[in-house]
Design a protein around this ligand. Structure first.
Ligand SMILES: [Zn+2]
Length: 329
């Protein structure tokens, strides 16, 4: 499968009336669209490519060269090999595209300057490139795809579906844009994250206590009751343990079950951010902002109680970074 850029413009010096990709991309024809002809394709280079290299199912970047600047308007495929017109004349000047419904009409075309801003400068878009059809290298094609995604994530799904349908991407590649590793957005890192060596102290936790507590609750969140199912061997469920009073000398928390809650990741994050705590008087949750989990009575199973001083410690930290009234509805 080869990759092509096909240029169109509406002000041809040939006087044939010109072409605009919108006429094709917004068209309703059910069969292929022939494009070019003896009045249109005159470049010796283009004719040679059409005769020797253009093949059925090759991919085409639809480029409109209108002043003041060009834009990529869509993607399509060749419905046949390159053709000569008139037939059997040996004058290869005709392309044949798949029906418009099988092409990809980009919701928002890609301004060529937006492509240049990504660092991609295919020669065929530059000044002085004469002709109708140009081969394009895969890295440049991929850069165009990524620039389109970077410009409008809305069209990402349609784009990958089309590329898969056109045979350019495998199913797994189409399912995740990240699998296209040969292209990068302008703000992508071009190297793995830097690593530094640090000497640190960390609290050694007794994971056995936390694990036994998770088992006691069957990994169900004590606040919201949610249990995360995960596709792995063993229990197939996931929960986290939160220490109400933080461990370590600065905080005074102990690694005991009377300082632990079994939580889902969301509730854990809210406790850690001091956006949720347990009211020591009511043993109900109190949350920052409008949160449907406010006012929940925490669930406790036999054999697990919290020490009041640990509940109080967590309560004292509630809304610590942004004081505000407690809301319970
Ligand atoms: Zn939860």
């Amino acid at each position: 499968m080869r990759l092509w850029v096909v240029k169109a413009n509406e002000n041809p010096e040939s006087g044939s009336g010109g072409w605009h990709w919108d006429n094709y991309l917004f068209g309703t024809a059910n069969d292929g669209q022939e494009w070019g002809g003896p009045d249109w394709v005159r470049s010796h280079c283009s004719k040679k490519l059409i005769r020797e290299d253009v093949r059925k199912n090759d991919l085409v970047v639809c480029y409109q060269t209108e002043r003041p600047r060009g834009a990529i308007r869509g993607l399509t495929r060749m419905a046949s090999d390159g053709k000569d017109d008139p037939p059997d004349s040996g004058d290869y000047n005709l392309l044949n595209f798949v029906p418009p419904e099988d092409a990809l009409n980009l919701d928002s075309g890609l301004d060529i300057r937006a492509l240049y801003a990504t660092g991609c400068h295919p020669k065929c878009f530059g000044p002085g490139s004469q002709g109708t059809i140009f081969p394009i290298e895969q890295p440049d094609f991929d850069a165009i795809i990524k620039a389109l995604i970077g410009q409008s994530c809305v069209q990402e799904a349609a784009l990958f579906k089309w590329l898969r349908g056109a045979g350019y991407l495998s199913r797994s590649q189409a399912q995740t844009a990240k699998n296209i590793t040969s292209v990068r957005l302008p703000d992508d890192d071009d190297a793995p994250p830097r690593k530094v060596n640090l000497i640190t102290q960390r609290v050694v936790r007794n994971t056995a206590k936390g694990e036994s507590l998770k088992r006691l609750y069957d990994c169900k969140c004590q606040v919201c009751g949610y249990r995360v199912a995960v596709p792995r061997a063993g229990s197939g469920v996931y929960a986290e343990v939160h220490h109400l009073r933080l461990l370590g000398a600065n905080h005074g928390g102990w690694d005991n079950r009377n300082n632990m809650l079994v939580l889902c990741p969301n509730c854990h994050a809210e406790f850690d951010a001091h956006a949720m705590a347990i009211d020591p008087r009511t043993e109900r949750s109190v949350c920052y902002g409008r949160n449907p989990k406010s006012g929940k009575k925490l669930k406790f199973r036999r054999g697990h109680v919290l020490a009041p001083e640990n509940v109080q410690s967590s309560w004292n930290c509630l809304f610590k970074t942004k004081p505000g009234p407690a809301q319970t509805d």
